[in-house]
Design a protein around this ligand. Sequence first.
Ligand code: ADP
Ligand code: MG
Length: 351
Amino acid sequence: MLEDKNPKPLNELEELGEFGLIQHLTENIKLKNPSSIKGVGDDAAVIEYKDKQTVVTTDLLVEGIHFDMIYTPLKHLGYKAATVNLSDVYAMNATPKQITVSIAVSNHMSIEGLEELYEGILLACEVYGVDLVGGDTTSSTSGLIISITAIGEGDKDTLVFRDEAKENDLICVSGDLGGAFMGLQLLEREKQIFQENPQVQPDFSGYDYVLERQLKPEPRKDVVDMFKEIGVHPTSMIDVSDGLSSDLIHICTQSNVGCTIYEDKIPIDPSTITAAEEMQLDPIVCALNGGEDYELLFTISLDDYNKIKDQKRVAVIGHITSDEGSYQIVSKDEKIHQLTAQGWNSILKKD
Ligand code: ADP
Ligand code: MG
């Protein structure tokens, strides 16, 4: 890292060097899980799951594509980079235990900035009981790149996949939808105002909830714990990263089934509705296509309805049909519309 054919004054990162930097960022890490045998410091980490199945998932975040340094505090970025991976492990009905963190850093980045990034990553590790056991560090000639891999454990009998939803199963979703998308729209709006007139300070008052949904998503460990407590085994599950429509269609295509959901059952927080209306967006379209909510979308057998119906954190929004390839939403006026797997671009093009 950090070799330069045209000598110029060293910045603080270059002074520290790659090994110094890794040492600096990881020196206070203490392993907490018995399955983490060896962490940072050797050629490879060692983990041991004994009679469990191992779940592995990776995400890559690129500055300018997945995040904007103008409005993303680095601590939040670190927290989110970790939690979106943990969310994928929970979506398998498994428990994350370790992560590895790889970063490519440009020399515009300060040590303090990287410390903040790691503070966020390590906070997520603390909150969700995960060990940071390794990673890689290199330089980048463009922006910051972060790749996190999460490793977790699950029982063979309780892991949940996307491809086992059956006709008549109920479609359920945790929490509420569309908030993260509205948070992003607000941040983008204020960025534009700021770029046109740097004197104007951003005004985010009253928008805490949607901003938090965008900047600091929490994976639904509590919902996975709930399944255990109430004895429900979802027939399929996915985390809502692309938007309810796309992610539900993923379940249906992989399970060779169709679905019907009901507009009036889709959970949307009042502050998401307020923000959407203010920006002339339809809240239901934001909930369907917004993405990044990191809620759990899952199906359960009808027999389990009684176990789930009083759970406040879960809404039943529809059911699975045998009509393969047919994805329907019934609007409040009882008209049937087709769900399509649109990304958020289509929302903004709406007239
Ligand atoms: P190698 O040359 O074998 O890839 P490194 O010098 O890259 O070794 O890494 C040394 C140790 O530090 C390894 O245990 C590695 O997992 C860990 N490590 C490297 N970069 C990071 C990072 N950004 N965050 C956490 N651990 C890291
Ligand atoms: Mg390395």
